[in-house]
Design a protein around this ligand. Sequence first.
Ligand code: ARG
Length: 259
Amino acid sequence: MVRKAALCFFVLVLAGPAGAPAQADTGRLPVREVVGGKLAGNGRFPWAVRLSMGCGGALTAPRVVLTAGHCVGPTGPNDRITVTAGATDLRSRSAVAVKSVEVYRSPDFVTETAGDDWAVVRLERELALPTLPITAEDVDQGTFTVMGWGQTREAAVQQERRLHYAEVPTIPDAECAAAYRKAGVELVQDESICAGRHGVDTCQGDSGGPMVGRDKTGRWVQVGIVSWGLGCARDGFFGVYTQIAKFRAEILEATRRLS
Ligand code: ARG
């Protein structure tokens, strides 16, 4: 979420080494093309949606969007979110806008860096679009695809009109946790997936969007949710994603109830 993201951005930046923008050891200017900068063609990720507070999400059912807990308010009736779906270009004529009617946020959610960063949103009506299943397996390693309409650079001031995506390898939890510990943040290792590579990451405004992989039959399945990071694409720090497999039963149950 953009407003909240600015907060997570500032909190984490201030906690970072001297609050200075990270710079590669080589002395080169840091590369900060988030999401590695590929544009998604129309129809490429048909279940990916944009939420009006400045987050991403994915349709887990025709009437239900899975997003990050920090993108939404508490559980209960909620008609303040507009979901734009059906187009990678938010201004294209195939884009449809629907309102939310209800939110269910993980009862254990406190703040994005504390784990449990997931929520589901019920829409006012069903959308005739493909849905994205959540992973049936306990995956937390591999190379996955991440996407969003968020900033393409850490210092960017604007969100994107078109969906960007990138492939990112996962990083061992211990390595990711060690980096964040030095920045003063304790990673909730068993509920998170860390991923990223030099110059490639998600960024502010991508929160809530899906991290996806292919299952054995080649279908896309969701394995993570964009959650947080220290700045964007900084060397030595990685994007942190909610590890969906940990919350599989709860997310399926919430999706069923809100369908
Ligand atoms: N908390 C951010 C948001 O609300 C997501 C940040 C992801 N950051 C990262 N470096 N991977 O948009």
